[in-house]
Design a binder for this molecule. Structure first.
Ligand code: R1P
Ligand code: URA
Length: 291
């Protein structure tokens, strides 16, 4: 078996994992990921008890019990670069023996569910609605550093590239799917089914212009008009593609729910972002214990 060197599996002095600062016993098998560290409390205020609360940088974790189910809530900060850290460290906590520094003989499959915020690019997905992502497309390059071809939906990749005509210096978009059993558990008539674009930034990468011009003025419209096998890209944010891709490669089940706070097609922004996020949190918790 592969013994991981001190420079690769990095543990702190107390044997916790480098960035998340967690020990294996701190982690539940169901993990809710949020971008904003202040959102962790907004979820665990609904818990019956909180047994662990650990913070390092933007990575804040609380583990507790909600209606009998043990759940960890972990903040990721913004972007798929952070998701690379969080997903690898969550997997290490579950599947690597920190004493021997080797993979455990038996692997644990985590349920990893993002509760985020996002901007819709379709007129008919209004602000304050909830999108449950069945699929995601990454414009962020992360998955291309891994042997990830098997988890990418190559027909979607090609159709999207033909449609967008990706600039040659940008990375190629990669399309990945959520876990189908989690999709089934969380999809109801109260939410929109989504195909979520994860971008490498909030401004130009999502087609926003303040003072700087875009390389491609039509990018947002081209994203909105893409249609393949009955699927349209619904919303843009900055993490879901990497969560789906890395989870699929590592054998974890992943899903992403986003509160729609902006509608980029109509120019609207929510009047009460806190309420939109709280509705999404309460919906996610209710579905989590419904199975
Ligand atoms: O609200 P969170 O979960 O951070 O999600 C969205 O908000 C951030 C940008 O404002 C990005 O992280 C984007 O994905
Ligand atoms: O438009 C939006 C809104 C929230 N988060 C994003 O990344 N984009």
């Amino acid at each position: 078996m592969n013994h991981l060197a001190a420079s690769e599996l990095i543990l702190n002095k107390d044997n916790s994992i480098y960035h998340l600062n967690l020990k294996p016993e701190h982690l539940a098998e169901t993990v809710l990921l949020v971008g904003d560290q202040n959102r962790v409390d907004k979820i665990t205020k609904y818990f019956d008890e909180v047994e662990v609360a650990v913070k390092k940088r933007e990575f804040h974790t609380q583990t507790g019990i909600y209606k009998g189910k043990r759940i960890s809530v972990v903040s990721t900060g913004i972007g798929t670069d952070n998701i690379d850290i969080v997903l690898n460290e969550l997997d290490a906590l579950a599947n690597i023996d920190f004493e021997s520094r080797e993979m455990k003989a038996e692997q644990t499959s985590l349920n990893i569910i993002r509760i985020g915020t996002s901007g819709s690019i379709q007129k008919d997905i209004p602000v304050d609605s909830i999108v449950v992502s069945e699929m995601a497309v990454g414009f962020d390059n992360l998955l291309h550093f891994y042997q990830s071809d098997d988890v990418q939906l190559q027909d979607f990749n090609e159709a999207l590239e033909d449609h967008l005509g990706t600039y040659e210096k940008n990375s190629k978009p990669y399309v990945v799917a959520a876990n189908p059993s989690l999709v089934k558990q969380f999809m109801t008539g109260q939410v929109f089914a989504g195909f979520t674009g994860s971008n490498a930034g909030f401004y130009a990468p999502q087609g926003r212009v303040l003072r700087l011009a875009l390389r491609d003025d039509n990018m947002k419209d081209k994203l909105a008009s893409f249609s393949f096998k009955g699927k349209k890209i619904t919303n843009l944010e900055m993490e879901t593609s990497a969560i789906f891709g890395l989870s699929a490669m590592l054998g974890h089940k992943a899903l992403s729910l986003n509160a729609i706070i902006a509608n980029r097609a109509t120019g609207n922004f929510t009047k009460d972002g806190a309420k939109a996020v709280d509705n999404t949190i309460r919906y996610a918790l209710e579905r989590l214990v419904s199975a």
